[in-house]
Ligand binder design. Structure first.
Ligand code: ADP
Ligand code: MG
Length: 263
């Protein structure tokens, strides 16, 4: 399928506006929502795989990975759960899936502070990514589908979104947030670790984090050496010593090796 543009359902456009305008003081809940979706996707895979073990393909370990790229100003939440077909991406990321959302929206008072509290408690789902991102790219492939049947969904969170077919080897979904200038703090290991600890402690999946390394005062991009992001399934222990990048010590220092949430 070549690139197609679809309009958001009217209620989604309304919700998007609400979410991005009411939640400045409660920005960080976006991560709770996206990790919760990743976790749901893994639960769905587990359930479907009861009758079709082949859906695990060559990756039976279900997990969530967080990675970021400071230069590109992106944060990516990846799961190897059920994934989505193109039609599912169009339906689920273009309309409001959650029953009760419309009712809920009609109950909002217009008082920014009270509404923000309510919205935060209710759970605004996928669209909360737009609190911190001015563009979201989702790449996904449904478990059991061919690599050529992957899907890329892109939106700036206003009126519409684009969908096209891609080749994607891994099953599951990557949600890449192109961070707004006032949200660059989320491209940071410690910030992510703090938020995961605060909101996603109940998640039973391992949540892995790309490691960030300093060497001779330079930040090493973990993608440079291996060609793909590295994650390390180490247990979440005491925070590794933080070494200043301007430190005169010439040795390399592993700045973070985090599994935010062990299984
Ligand atoms: N990581 C993901 N993997 C698979 N499907 C997803 C993922 N994230 C979102 N979705 C789909 O998009 C829908 C909407 O997500 P969301 O707005 O969070 O609402 P909810 O989780 O309450 O259904 C989900 O129900 C699911 O079908
Ligand atoms: Mg959700």
């Amino acid at each position: 399928m070549s690139k197609q543009t679809h309009a958001f359902q009217a209620e989604v456009a309304q919700l998007l506006h609400l979410v991005t305008h009411s939640l400045y003081s409660n920005q960080e809940i976006f991560l709770r929502e996206l990790i919760s979706n990743a976790s749901d996707a893994c639960d769905k895979l587990r359930f479907e795989a009861l009758n079709n073990n082949a859906l695990y393909e060559d990756a039976p370990e279900l997990q969530v990975r967080l990675s970021f790229d400071k230069n590109a100003k992106t944060l990516t939440i990846t799961d190897n759960g059920i994934g989505m077909t193109a039609q599912e991406a169009i339906d689920h990321l273009g309309t409001i899936a959650k029953s009760g959302t419309k009712d809920f929206m009609s109950k909002l008072s217009g008082d920014q502070k009270a509404d923000a509290q309510l919205i935060g408690q209710f759970g605004v789902g996928f669209y909360s990514g737009f609190i911190v991102a001015d563009k979201i790219t989702v790449e996904t492939r449904r478990a059991g589908a061919k690599p050529e049947d992957g899907v890329r969904w892109i939106s700036g969170g206003t009126g519409d979104f684009e969908v096209e077919t891609i080749t994607r080897a891994e099953r599951g979904t990557s949600v890449t947030l192109h961070l707004r200038e006032d949200a660059l703090e989320y491209a940071n290991t410690w910030k992510l670790k703090e938020i995961v600890g605060k909101y996603s402690d109940h998640i039973s999946l391992p949540i892995l984090m790309e490691k960030e390394e300093w060497k001779d005062g330079e930040l090493i991009d973990p993608k440079d050496e291996s060609g793909k992001p590295s994650t390390r399934p180490a247990l979440c222990g005491p925070a590794p010593r933080k070494t200043s990048p301007t430190s005169s010590t010439p040795t390399s220092t592993n700045r973070s090796a985090a599994t935010l949430k062990p299984r």
